[in-house]
Design a protein around this ligand. Sequence first.
Ligand SMILES: [Zn+2]
Ligand SMILES: [Zn+2]
Length: 139
Amino acid sequence: MKIYEGSCGCGAVNYSFSGEPVNSVFCYCKECQVRTGSDKWFGLWVQKENFTFTKGTPLTFTRPGDSGQAMHHQFCGACGTNLCVEVTVANIYSVAATTLIGNHLLSPKIAIYTASAPSWAVFPEGVPKFDILPPGLGD
Ligand SMILES: [Zn+2]
Ligand SMILES: [Zn+2]
């Protein structure tokens, strides 16, 4: 089974997950813009049991998602890199694709919360866009 490994910018916190992500998602919600300093978050959705921190301990910032269930945002306390979000309602981690070590053939499959995107956002061609979430996902 494939193992993916990732790290924050300073190397204090490392993680790994096994298997292919169940989804690869560009999220344009306002919270992701604020956290990333960008128009979006590129999240790899990984089953919770397949994800583990292998070095260091991240800090956690928790806020409720649209479902009302907790979103645990985990980031390096030393360098501030956003590593992942534990989405408790879906039992997944949304892992920052930008923190993976090495080059991987990963591309977004869907774009969500595009109604919240800034006017200067650039959307990938051929990727389905959803104002909020696709039917059947989230709340
Ligand atoms: Zn760090
Ligand atoms: Zn988001």
